[in-house]
Design a binder for this molecule. Structure first.
Ligand code: SF4
Length: 115
């Protein structure tokens, strides 16, 4: 379990199975290549794909649609996970992506944050 900003992650892995893509910045790809001790090109060939908008790279998906780095319910590259993953669910979230932190409607006079 990890905690931060009032959020407790129980490691269910739901956010890593949610349909969609993890977009990679150049720094993300370099950090993951370092973590895996792979040359940048080999990392990209093995673990990344062209983004649907063709503007960059996304992490590859397993056949079941989960992130290629999800092992059981845990992230195999947690220390070097991309910014998009580090920002979730604090900077962004979508309905149903995190059972521990459901999307709430903004409270009257509040900013909509769940923390
Ligand atoms: S890189 Fe890790 S945290 Fe990000 S979606 Fe994949 S398994 Fe989840």
């Amino acid at each position: 379990m990890t905690e931060g900003e009032g959020f407790r992650c129980w490691g269910c892995g739901a956010c890593c199975r949610w349909p969609g893509h993890v977009y990679l910045t150049g720094d993300d790809a370099a950090a993951l290549a370092r973590e895996l001790r792979l040359p940048d090109r080999e990392f990209a060939d093995r673990y990344a794909r062209l983004a649907p908008n063709r503007a960059g790279l996304v992490l590859a998906l397993r056949e079941d649609g989960a992130c290629v780095f999800l092992e059981g319910d845990l992230c195999a590259v947690y220390a070097a996970r991309p910014k998009q993953c580090r920002d979730f669910p604090h900077a962004w979230r979508v309905e149903g992506a995190c059972p521990e932190r459901p999307l709430e409607k903004p409270r009257p006079g509040g900013d909509g944050a769940n923390a």
